[in-house]
Design a protein around this ligand. Structure first.
Ligand code: SIN
Length: 313
């Protein structure tokens, strides 16, 4: 009988931008709350890490409901970055995360460059966060978000200023809604990013044919889940070919073998989002399945699988 995989197996250990991770499977922002809510139901120490909900300078109420609609093979959301604001996070949530046994990454959102800088300053003063993920790719706001990662010059500016304010590594989360992902990824790298993560959601539209209205209160939304996996894999491969910094891959990962596909495409780690909405334990299960896969394939260590795609000649 095959042995069950272990999310804490030594095979899964990896180092990214100078930080050790017990495994390369990270719960994605927006699907894991502030981490605090998940602690009673998910063994946090068995995660590679988690990314807290996008944090802004001031609280954000988010978009009008409905904010989420299940699609074939995934979902579409227009949450609109509802969050308590960085100061309330530091006061009420962060103290509860100390000693949680895994990497805590803060997702940072802003409308202007200065907003990102201010959120990072507040988090720097507080401590307790291992890295930042700049959300320059949310499709659900009228300002900031996706607009930053649509233009390499804007992306470079926000990344440079964030890196200057941060003592910890800055990951830049990229949008798939761009023509040339290689240029955007390179702009992040040249501006000091420690890693890029991709993909955020694809801008989409769900329609109720009977009412002839959008399914979401905000109209458009971001599409995620297994339906986008092949699209995400292509973009992850192209980004990984364009930069030397680590790439964190995400987009429709449901199983350990899905995670392996992203590593083979060139990602050094993965994030799991939509699967976590259905089952908060999904990232732990996926890490265990990835361990199974590595053992079955005779791969001793995660980095040995990264970027091993054999392209047809
Ligand atoms: C949202 O809150 O609208 C989703 C976050 C994102 O897509 O970055």
């Amino acid at each position: 009988m095959a042995m069950a995989g272990d999310p804490l197996s030594p095979r899964l250990r990896t180092t990214l931008f100078g930080l050790e991770f017990s495994n390369p499977v990270i719960a994605a922002s927006g699907t894991f709350g502030y981490g605090v809510e998940m602690a009673p139901i998910v063994p946090l120490h068995k995660l590679g890490g988690f990314v807290v909900k996008g944090l802004s300078r001031e609280p954000i109420r988010g978009n009008p409901p409905p904010r989420l609609w299940e699609t074939r093979g995934g979902m579409i959301n227009s949450v609109g970055l509802q969050n308590v604001g960085v100061r309330a996070f530091v006061r009420d949530k962060l103290p509860l995360l100390r000693g949680c046994g895994t990497r805590v990454i803060a997702n940072v959102f802003g409308y202007e460059v200065q907003d990102y800088v201010e959120v990072i300053r507040v988090l720097e003063d507080a401590g307790g966060v291992d890295a930042y993920e700049l959300n320059v790719s949310c499709p659900n706001t009228k300002h900031g978000g996706m607009f930053f990662s649509s233009d390499p010059r804007l992306l470079a500016e926000v990344t440079r200023e964030a890196v200057r304010a941060a003592k910890r590594p800055v990951i830049v989360k990229l949008s798939p809604n761009v023509a040339r992902i290689n240029e955007v990824a390179r702009a992040a790298e040249e501006s000091g990013a420690a890693a890029v993560s991709l993909v955020n959601t694809f801008l989409g539209l769900a329609i109720d044919a009977r009412t002839r209205r959008p399914r979401l209160g905000a109209g458009y939304g971001g599409v995620s889940g297994p339906a986008i996996k092949p699209l995400a894999l292509r973009l992850v491969r192209e980004a990984a070919l364009a930069v030397k910094i680590p790439v964190i891959g995400l987009g429709g990962i449901l199983t350990g073998e899905d995670a392996a596909e992203f590593l083979i495409a060139g990602a050094s780690a993965v994030e799991v989002g939509t699967a976590t909405m259905a089952d908060p334990q999904a990232p732990v299960r996926i890490a265990a399945e990835l361990d199974d896969f590595l053992r079955e394939q005779g791969v001793e260590r995660v980095p040995a699988l990264v970027g091993t795609l054999e392209w047809p000649s």
